[in-house]
Write a protein that binds this ligand. Sequence first.
Ligand code: NAI
Ligand code: OAA
Length: 329
Amino acid sequence: MTRTPVTVTVTGAAGQIGYALLFRIASGQLLGADVPVKLRLLEIPQGLKAAEGTAMELDDCAFPLLQGIDISDDPNVAFDGANVALLVGARPRTKGMERGDLLEANGGIFKPQGKAINDHAADDIKVLVVGNPANTNALIAQAAAPDVPAERFTAMTRLDHNRALSQLSKKTGAPVSEIKKLTIWGNHSATQYPDVFHAEVAGKNAAEVVNDEQWLADTFIPTVAKRGAAIIEARGASSAASAANAAIDHVHTWVNGTAAGDWTSAGVVSDGSYGVPQGLISSFPVTAKDGKFEIVQGLDINEFSRTRIDASVKELEDEREAVRGLGLI
Ligand SMILES: NC(=O)C1=CN([C@@H]2O[C@H](COP(=O)(O)OP(=O)(O)OC[C@H]3O[C@@H](n4cnc5c(N)ncnc54)[C@H](O)[C@@H]3O)[C@@H](O)[C@H]2O)C=CC1
Ligand SMILES: O=C([O-])CC(=O)C(=O)O
């Protein structure tokens, strides 16, 4: 193996997403089957023993690509030289808890981590925030890292994107592989807007194939937007394997690019496109090329979509105001 290993830092490594994620990273699914990786696991002191157990299991897999595992409770150590950072560790929402309640509890985690990334990560660092509220946690971390280009901080809406693909596949009978150009707009929350108006099902416009605005408004959108809560209700714990899968998809796409004629969804820093205020980390339709996400430009936004995008963006603005008020950005 002659390639230089890529250092991947995972926070919350002992949590349930961490457990579903680490083995897939070490096996080459994050970056590619020919890319060696070094893992850095960040946990709080109470999580270190469990992280050590997971590291023992990683050893026991004898992954040919895995070139080392370091465990720390110090962000300055865990992000040192990191090329990819997956910020998973956070306080998960539990039954009956609103995401807004999580802002204050989680804000304190992401500011010091952003600063540690600023001070210690590699120049090509790419950050994906999974821990909720993901968009605003990403904003907090980004604001604490003024020396890192803002676009390197992203928030995960790929799970929502995948959920939407799956629901549309079930409705139309088309396999997921035949569905393209779906978009999640806005916040990773119940206000998110899964948009099928530009999507294609086997080459035809998805909204025309579905031809049922009532299904879109009353079934599809709420099913996708409230899926996280439905999983919590069913499992008694929030999505873990599907969230890890989406994190793998997000970074894999970011590094390796989107297929021609398709796009995906990611929470990225707004440049003002589609009326989303500059600087907010909002989900958009994005393509990826040469390790960079680009917001897809020039889509016509109909009235149905406009109202819903605006509502989710308003929630992001409110979250930004709230964390400003708390001195977190
Ligand atoms: N964006 C998305 O689509 C999704 C986001 N999530 C979010 O991901 C987060 C993690 O979920 P789970 O793994 O299920 O939670 P979990 O509670 O099983 O694990 C979280 C881990 O993070 C650790 N942790 C807490 N504070 C930390 C810190 N400051 N530094 C390092 N580690 C820290 C904890 O010790 C724990 O081991 C939650 O916020 C959850 O809401 C979950 C599903 C989907
Ligand atoms: O709601 C949660 O805490 C988990 C989550 O983000 C999701 O499953 O989309």
